[in-house]
Design a protein around this ligand. Structure first.
Ligand SMILES: O=c1ccn([C@H]2C[C@H](O)[C@@H](CO)O2)c(=O)[nH]1
Ligand SMILES: [Zn+2]
Length: 133
C-alpha cells in the first residue's frame, strides 16, 4: 500500500488544531500509519506541571498501541511554525520500539513543506532490546 504523505499531513494538521499548548503556544500534530493501514493522530498535551507534557508523536503512538497496533510504517510530524518539526529524543526512543530502521519519517512545517527521512537517519545507534541479550 502506498503511503500518502499528503493524507498524513492533512490529518496531522487537523489534529494540531486540538493541541493543548497554552504554555509554549507551540502546537504539534502527528499522524502515523500502521501496518494494517489504520491511521492514528496525536497532539502535544501540556500541563501546568511542565514536565508532565506529552508530545504529539508519543500521543499518536500510544493511541495506536492502545488499540492493538504496534507496527508503525510511517509517521508525519507537523507544527505551527515555519521551522521543520524535530521529534525530541524521548519520542525518537519511543518510536524505535514500534518502528523499523527503514520506516519513513516525514518532518513538516505549517507551510506544507516536508522532508522525508528513514527512521535510522533520525536515530542512529538506537538502543533496543537486542542490546540486552
Ligand atoms: O517533537 C516534538 C517537540 C516538542 N513537542 C511539544 C512538547 C511541548 O508541548 C512543546 C514545546 O516543547 O512542543 C512535541 O509535541 N513534539
Ligand atoms: Zn517528543
Amino acid at each position: 500500500m502506498e503511503i500518502s504523505e499528503k493524507r498524513l499531513f492533512d490529518l496531522a494538521s487537523k489534529a494540531m488544531d486540538h493541541a493543548y499548548a497554552p504554555y509554549s503556544n507551540y502546537a504539534v500534530g502527528a499522524a502515523i500509519i500502521c501496518e494494517d493501514g489504520q491511521i492514528y493522530t496525536g497532539v502535544n498535551v501540556e500541563n501546568a506541571s511542565y514536565g508532565l507534557t506529552n508530545c504529539a508523536e508519543r500521543t499518536a503512538i500510544f493511541k495506536a498501541v492502545s488499540e492493538g497496533a504496534t507496527k508503525v510504517r510511517a509517521i508525519l510530524v507537523v507544527n505551527n511554525t515555519a521551522e521543520m518539526s524535530k521529534p525530541c529524543g524521548a519520542c525518537r526512543q519511543v518510536m524505535s520500539e514500534f518502528m523499523e530502521p527503514d520506516n519513513i519519517v516525514f518532518l513538516a512545517n505549517k507551510d506544507n513543506e516536508f522532508k522525508e527521512y528513514s527512521f535510522k537517519q533520525i536515530l542512529p545507534l538506537a538502543f533496543s532490546d537486542e542490546d540486552m541479550d
